[in-house]
Ligand binder design. Sequence first.
Ligand code: DQA
Length: 144
Amino acid sequence: MKILLIEGPLLDKIGEREPEIYGGKGTREKLISAFNEKAALLGVETESVSEYCEGALAKIIVNAKCDGIVINPGAYTHTSVLLRDALLCSKIPFIEAHISNVFEREEFRRKSYLSDVAVKVVYGLGTATYSTALESLVTFLKAN
Ligand code: DQA
């Protein structure tokens, strides 16, 4: 089984950007190592991509060769019909993942263009976000 982790804009800045929301120094390393450790434990192959451009993200999604996607689209979550269309076009099951609790922040972050077509949405789990999303996706894929 192969899972692709896709991160949208500014997620490479976790640990530096708004540390009171996303966590401070070392958070990104913990987030990624928790994901990698979970993948090893589950025995799944993973690949990770980080991309700022919306069109490039859509291209990555439609060309992806994998069984499932964990995606943190960052700000595009709340704006992008394109990413929704790309995920539907790919027909690859995906989990939408957010490090912060988007429901306890600004009103505009409660709207997602992806949630209703996602297998699940994982949010607010900090450094455990991607590993939890991965586990949940693998459970789904094994059952379906
Ligand atoms: C985020 C939440 C988004 O609202 C925000 O634009 C991000 C990060 C999260 O992981 O909590 O860039 O997706």
